[in-house]
Design a protein around this ligand. Structure first.
Ligand code: PDD
Length: 281
């Protein structure tokens, strides 16, 4: 098996040899944050947006940022260079660090920093052509979904729910309103308008959130951020998913019911093409 070099706490090491102490608060409490950045042709896509979110995530849980922006870029660069693939997906994981188990923040603790990369796995040609099946479920996660937390049990259960129902994603609703999927943001299209839930504590603001806004503006499409009911999702002309690895992906069915005509629609085609252009720019 390929054993890529990863970065852990100051050193590059083969993945198979990278170890953390069992008292790491990431292991004990899920006390940390992460970031996933797509790399095309060895260049970070939307680097500044990902860096800004990384810094926000650290600040939001009171972890002192251990590196400057330039240091982070150099560390990520090292990991990318060590991997043979040109298109990758870099994963950054920062925990509060290692300490005797006690819930509140320990004093004088050094964050654990881990960076790995893998070849990026993009949706298949069939998923692009036909769209993907999704299922709906109640959003039972906590109320700080805006934090890119490594505590992902709610998302793990939502992803498993999708797999067990032969679907690619679980589209979640809280109190009858759309939030997001287990690891993607969700958008609806109605009468040519693109709509997504507001940027609040109920969803993670994906890096593609701002990109969708930009691509809509550039393409002359109306974009609205507002609360979206379950009924609106089921009555939408198109439903789209976005994430670092899905890019923009059309949803063909939800709970077995076709979305619009049940095939990827024209707004999907426009946004997907615009996304590919943005990547190549
Ligand atoms: N997930 N919402 C959730 C809950 C997510 O986990 C993700 C991304 C997104 C989309 O964010 P972005 O556009 O920045 O990828 C929305 C990543 C890819 C993951 O956990 O692997």
């Amino acid at each position: 098996m390929h054993d890529p070099l990863v970065y852990l706490n100051g050193a590059m090491t083969p993945l198979s040899e990278a170890k953390i102490p069992v008292l790491d608060r990431g292991f004990i409490f899920g006390d940390g944050i992460y970031e996933v950045i797509p790399i095309y042709q060895r260049k970070l896509f939307r680097a500044e947006h990902h860096m800004a979110r990384l810094f926000r995530s650290l600040a939001s849980i009171g972890i002192t940022n251990p590196h400057t922006r330039d240091e982070w870029m150099a560390l990520i660069g090292q990991v990318i260079s060590a991997h043979p693939a040109d298109d990758q997906m870099v994963y950054l994981h920062i925990t509060r660090g290692v300490a005797k188990r006690a819930h509140a923040f320990p004093k004088d603790i050094t964050p654990t920093v881990f960076i790995m990369t893998n070849p990026i796995v993009l949706p298949s040609a069939a998923a692009r052509k036909d769209g993907v099946a999704c299922v709906s479920m109640e959003d039972k996660r906590w109320l700080r979904c805006e934090i890119k937390s490594i505590s992902l049990l709610g998302n793990v259960l939502a992803a498993q729910n999708a797999v067990e129902n032969d679907a690619v994603e679980s589209i979640q609703f809280r109190d009858g309103f759309l939030t997001e999927a287990s690891s993607s943001n969700v958008w609806i299209v109605k009468d040519g308008e693109v709509m997504g839930p507001p940027k609040d504590n109920l969803i993670l603001e994906g890096i593609r959130y701002g990109l969708i806004e930009e691509l809509c503006a550039a393409g002359g499409l109306t974009f609205l951020a507002r609360r979206i009911t379950r009924e609106e999702v089921f009555a939408a002309d198109e439903v789209l998913l976005t994430s670092a690895t899905k890019e923009v992906l059309a949803v063909s069915t939800i709970d077995g019911k076709p979305v619009g005509k049940g095939v990827p629609g024209p707004i999907y085609a426009t946004l997907y093409a615009a996304y590919q252009q943005a990547k190549a720019a």
